[in-house]
Design a protein around this ligand. Structure first.
Ligand code: ARG
Length: 289
């Protein structure tokens, strides 16, 4: 704007000069000056056009005002679950993504899906973010990119209050059956150790129903979610984790591998939010749920 008004002022001065000097032999000089001003205007226009193009290029990954879709399996309290209205998805992941998207100047839409569809949905561009309390694993990293970690978990075991199953060793050495959500790290770990004794369900609600009706003897799932299920359904969380200390997991936000600008923007927002204490607030809000 500033530059243009300066150019216009110079152009006006040049026009005046053309008028004043015409007929006194300096006309040519004035015309040259006017020509030079024209050139300057042209350059400034080109420069401005280039800037717009650059901005559009950079904006390919994060287009302000656009709607970005997050996919999750909304059966995983306190990270994502349906509110009492049965329609709104709420939780830790939702709060986190709302904050990230507001920092990026983009709109967030949330879609419920089966957990084992989330990675493919990101990979095929059906959704922009896979945010589902999803553990960063080497296998998943072959298909999607992950943000920096934002939460830590391990696999826990939940049983009915009157269960004879009391330790990890009981589970491994006995005849007990375990329910898991299909495609989760709990599924992978439990199937590895228990084989046929594992039943896979598409949603945790189905695994829970199987536990409550005695079809399985326990559920293997992420600690914080195990706590939430135990509290809501009067279940017992075993002291032993499933597996060992080395089986610690970190949650990340899955994005398309090609979209490196989006990944960088999300990581920057995450880092700022960590530094500003946003996650301490989230942890406090959702602890013990
Ligand atoms: N953290 C585990 C995994 O990544 C379980 C995630 C399940 N998430 C869900 N929203 N049901 O495999």
């Amino acid at each position: 704007m500033k530059k243009y008004s300066k150019i216009i002022a110079v152009a006006a001065a040049a026009c005046l000069m053309v008028g004043a000097l015409s007929g006194c032999g300096a006309k040519e000089e004035a015309e040259q000056a006017a020509e030079a001003v024209k050139e300057e205007v042209k350059d400034a226009k080109e420069e401005a056009e280039e800037k717009v193009e650059e901005a559009v290029d950079a904006g390919k990954a994060v287009i302000a005002g656009d709607t970005y879709v997050m996919g999750c399996s909304a059966d995983f309290p306190p990270f994502e679950s349906f509110d009492d209205d049965g329609a709104t998805i709420v939780g830790y992941d939702v709060d986190m993504m709302n904050e990230i998207c507001s920092r990026l100047g983009i709109e967030l839409e949330i879609q419920d899906m089966n957990f084992d569809s989330v990675v493919t949905a990101v990979q095929t561009g059906k959704i922009d973010f896979g945010v589902s309390g999803m553990t960063i694993t080497e296998e998943r990293k072959e298909n999607v990119a992950f943000s920096d970690p934002y939460f830590e978990a391990y696999q826990a075991i939940v049983v009915m209050p009157d269960s004879e199953l009391k330790t990890y060793d009981d589970l491994v050495n006995g005849e007990y059956k375990a329910g898991v959500q299909l495609g989760t790290t709990g599924d992978i770990m439990a199937t590895d150790v228990l084989g046929e004794r594992v039943s896979q369900y598409e949603k945790y609600s189905d695994a829970l129903a199987a536990l409550l009706s005695g079809k399985v003897d326990c559920m293997v799932l992420d600690l914080n979610v195990a706590k939430a299920f135990a509290k809501a359904n009067d279940l017992v969380l075993l002291d032993d984790p499933f597996g060992g200390e080395e089986d610690i997991e970190y949650y990340g936000i899955a994005m398309a591998k090609e979209n490196t600008e989006l990944l960088e923007a999300v990581n920057k927002a995450l880092a700022d939010m960590k530094a500003e204490g946003f996650f301490d607030e989230l942890d406090a809000k959702y602890a013990e749920e």
